[in-house]
Write a protein that binds this ligand. Structure first.
Ligand SMILES: [Fe+2]
Length: 323
């Protein structure tokens, strides 16, 4: 069985990508930002996920304003870096996991979340910057396949925080019903507080950001009740990106271990936030997660009953097919 072992929240500030690509990581301004992700890279190197699901938003790179899906799942075999006006970033092509992505699409859509299935897509800084921050700068290939999940936070109305949180739960159910033994890490990206235009351009609200991070760990359900207008007012127009972190959080246990947090301002004109949350039932290597999957006589009986129902259903379909 596949399982989600941890969630990573990370800003995806485009200027971070530019600093990486132009060799500015040692400059004092940027060193302050990148030094906060050194431990994260060590954590990721140890976690060694088999697959990453990266929740991010497209910034009019793959989807123009002519067509903006609310939730778009990348089911392709690969996702090239997008040209965002300065040529594609010099990062490896992101390899997908079409089999798991197709499984997630089926499970989540049949769970009544109407995802858009995307079989061809380029990915922009929203996805590649957090990948760099957690996986470093590999030359030829990223260390694991990635399933991109693009969320509309660029045109009103974006999904609610509650909808995002519930989608996270549906994603988890989908992952856990995939038969292959895979450890999955899910990313929620974007934010934190920032506003890039208008009279309030440059807005950063550290107090609100830190409270968001506190509640993300301890009381995420409280965050699901925050209306869009509060994100706009307190965290700036682009602060609405933070709803995407709730997809990541919804995919985790109710109670999680916060193993790392980093916050610094500013980077470009944005507050940079980062958190790593581990499921307590995380897997030890590829073995069965503690406390999960123990076979009791009750669960054996339920399993037999499900198998019998599945056999009957298969027989009914086969009979119909011969008419
Ligand atoms: Fe963004």
């Amino acid at each position: 069985m596949a399982r989600i072992i941890a969630g990573v929240g990370s800003s995806h500030v485009p200027a971070i990508g530019a600093a990486l690509d132009n060799g500015k990581t040692e400059e004092p301004y940027w060193k302050r930002v990148f030094s906060g992700f050194e431990k994260s890279k060590q954590w990721m190197a140890q976690a060694k996920p088999d697959v990453a699901i990266v929740v991010y938003n497209d910034h009019a790179s793959a989807f123009s304003v002519e067509m903006i899906p609310t939730f778009a799942l990348g089911c392709a075999a690969e996702f090239p870096p997008a040209d965002e006006g300065w040529g594609p970033r010099p990062v490896p092509v992101v390899k997908g996991h079409p089999a798991l992505a197709a499984h997630i699409a089926q499970s989540v859509i049949l769970d009544e979340f109407d995802l858009t299935i995307v079989n061809k897509m380029e990915v922009d800084h929203g996805l590649t910057v957090p990948m760099n921050l957690l996986f470093g700068q590999p030359k030829d290939a990223w260390p694991c396949p990635v399933i991109p999940l693009a969320v509309n936070v660029v045109m009103y109305p974006p999904p609610t925080g509650h909808r995002c949180y519930m989608l996270g739960k549906a994603l988890r159910k989908a992952v856990e019903s995939y038969p292959e033994d895979l450890n999955v890490v899910i990313f929620g990206t974007g934010g934190l507080s920032h506003q890039i235009s208008g009279p309030r351009a440059g807005l950063i609200n550290s107090k609100w950001d830190k409270s968001f991070l506190d509640n993300l760990t301890r009381d995420p359900k409280k965050l699901t009740r925050i209306p869009h207008i509060e994100y706009m007012r307190e965290a700036g127009a682009e602060g609405i990106e933070m709803v995407m972190w709730l997809i990541m959080r919804g995919a985790l246990d109710d109670k999680v271990d916060e193993v790392y947090r980093f916050y610094t301002v500013p980077a470009s004109n944005t507050a940079v936030g980062h958190i790593i949350l581990e499921n307590r039932r995380k897997a030890a290597g590829k073995s069965r997660p503690a406390g999960r999957g123990k076979t009791t006589s009750k669960s054996k009986a339920a399993g037999r009953s499900r198998q019998a129902a599945a056999r009957k259903a298969a027989h009914r379909i086969a009979s119909k097919g011969t008419r």
